[in-house]
Ligand binder design. Structure first.
Ligand SMILES: N[C@@H](CCC(=O)N[C@@H](CS)C(=O)NCC(=O)O)C(=O)O
Length: 225
């Protein structure tokens, strides 16, 4: 399998966590932001990464969107399961995953890029990095007001993630797609000191999930930092 990705994207991290969780070997191709559209549009009709190319007979040639990638991986390799046999738990996991994808992953992006343009500039003050940050801020309309709203949305996520603090899981009594999605989509916050101080258990769990999936730790959580 081949994963088309941006190396720093937290949505691509979500796909890599699921591939690692399933123990599926794969290669990655890092696309150049901007030029990625030329490759992706003809393949999927969309412009977002990640895109999974299964490279298998009788399977779709390309799958866009992490939720669709998760569904494909679950059907292709049912064990260990990302979801549940119990329909009620399965629906809960799908609902939480969708909320994390559509609301929380986006909120993380707003808060992260606002931080990187301000107090977090020192992480990489190079002009090339600051240019990328400005392009992303313009693309998504990220400014102080919109980042403040996003930070309010993240507070709900931290309340929901209280279950991690007591050793629990987002759905049921074992790791699922919901925990993997949260671990990936909140991971950029590891570089923001306020979140690290206030919610240490979240970052401990993010490390644990990455290790259980054999995925390299995100920036801010790797041992050398
Ligand atoms: N809902 C999508 C979101 C993916 C997404 O937002 N990807 C961003 C990178 S983090 C992207 O590809 N942006 C480039 C674009 O929209 O052209 C998913 O779950 O895969």
């Amino acid at each position: 399998m081949l994963l088309l990705q941006f190396s720093t994207s937290h949505y691509c991290r979500k796909a890599r966590l699921a591939l690692g969780y399933k123990g599926i070997s794969y290669e990655v191709e890092n696309l150049t932001p901007g030029l990625h559209v030329l490759k992706l549009k003809p393949l999927t009709g969309l412009t977002t990464v990640p895109v999974l190319i299964p490279q298998l007979d009788n399977q779709p040639p390309a799958i866009a969107d992490t939720s669709q990638i998760f569904a494909f991986l679950e059907a292709y390799c049912p064990s260990p399961p990302l979801y549940f046999d119990d329909p009620r738990l399965k629906t809960q996991a799908l609902m939480i995953e969708d909320w994390l994808d559509e609301s929380i992953g986006t909120a993380t992006r707003f808060v992260y890029y606002q931080f990187r343009a301000g107090a977090g500039k020192a992480i990489d003050p190079s002009w090339s990095s600051q240019l990328v940050i400005q392009v992303v801020r313009r693309q998504y309309g990220i400014d102080e007001a919109s980042a403040d709203l996003a930070a309010q949305r993240l507070k709900i996520a931290f309340e929901v993630l209280e279950v991690w603090r007591s050793g629990g899981y987002l759905v049921g009594s074992r790791q699922s797609a919901a925990d993997l999605a949260a671990a990936a989509l909140l991971s950029p916050l590891a570089l923001i000191p306020d979140y690290r101080e206030k919610y240490p258990w979240i970052f401990e769990k993010i490390i644990e999930i990455h290790q259980s999936c054999g995925e390299a730790l995100p920036p801010g959580l790797s041992p050398q930092r």
